[in-house]
Design a protein. Structure first.
Length: 292
């Protein structure tokens, strides 16, 4: 499958959403704050993202693509729960049931294009049901708008959502994608994804493995207080492999290697292989560097 620009940029966040420290007041904040992310092109570092903070709250991320800058902003309530995410083309609004995320509604240019509903077992997310209405017009930007919340909230699911949307019909209206999450300790080890494709119901299985190092942005956007919101973010550690298959046929394999300082990643190299071991095998390698 071909990767979009926003998918390539998302690897920075895929590599970075997890472990945090707890201070004496019971609030959560990353002990290291990402300031800039660089991608490596032809051996040179090129600025990819700038993260802007107000104390311990991330207020915006600026993404650089050539001469263009794309900004995502984040809004919080008085309990520092995430209320909304905005960029130039989409608005994602969060709704809660007590201290747990219940629903996210995504609109684009004032029109609802998708939503996510969350189920929990204890304080962990166990299922995400995604509804969307693509229609025929402007498929690409609608797809990006719909997937946008996963880029920031549960980045391990971001590529899965993008790929499933790609394989759904562009005429799809009122379609659903259901994601069941199976946990191993503090990391999601398996995601089962169900959706309707061109030839009926499709079930994809995503298997994940992890390192044992800290990932500095766990609780970045919502888990500021233990009483404010249950854990929105999936994993404590950094992914090492993410393999996606249908009926035991492996069609996408991702491998991550890291360089660390003080048990935090400062560099990640990401190899993405489509159709591994076949004549159609396609390999993409990306490298990102983090500045705190």
């Amino acid at each position: 499958m071909k990767k979009s620009l926003i998918l390539c940029l998302s690897i920075a966040v895929i590599a970075l959403f997890s472990a945090c420290n707890k201070n004496p007041e019971g609030t959560f904040n990353p002990s290291k704050k990402i300031q800039k992310i660089y991608k490596v092109e032809n051996g040179e570092q090129v600025l990819s993202e700038v993260w802007n903070w107000n104390g311990d709250l991330l207020m915006s991320i600026e993404e650089y693509s050539g001469m263009d800058i794309y900004t995502s902003t984040f809004t919080y309530d008085n309990s520092n729960r995430l209320l909304a995410m905005d960029n130039a083309s989409s608005h994602s609004e969060c709704f809660y049931d007590g201290n747990k995320i219940e629903k996210i509604v995504v609109t684009s240019y004032g029109v609802e294009v998708g939503s996510y509903e969350f189920e929990h077992k204890g304080n962990k997310i166990s299922q995400i049901e995604m509804e969307f209405d693509l229609g025929l017009e402007d498929f690409d930007w609608k797809k990006a708008a719909i997937a946008n919340p996963m880029r920031f909230l549960i980045p391990e699911l971001y590529q899965t959502v993008i790929a499933a949307l790609e394989r759904c019909s562009k005429e799809a209206k009122g379609e659903e994608i259901t994601m069941d999450l199976t946990w191993g300790g503090n990391n999601v080890k398996t995601i089962e994804v169900r959706y309707t494709g061109f030839f009926g119901t499709v079930t994809e299985t995503v298997d994940l493995t992890y390192d044992t190092k800290n990932n500095p942005t766990y609780g970045l956007l919502a888990q500021i207080s233990t009483n404010a919101v249950a854990n929105l973010f999936v994993n404590k550690n950094n992914p090492l492999t993410i393999n996606t298959s249908i009926s035991n046929y492996l069609f996408n394999k991702q491998t991550f290697t890291y360089e660390y300082e003080d048990n935090y990643p400062v560099k990640v190299t990401w190899e993405d292989v489509d159709d591994p071991g076949t004549a159609d095998e396609e390999v993409t390698v990306s490298t990102m560097i983090y500045e705190y």
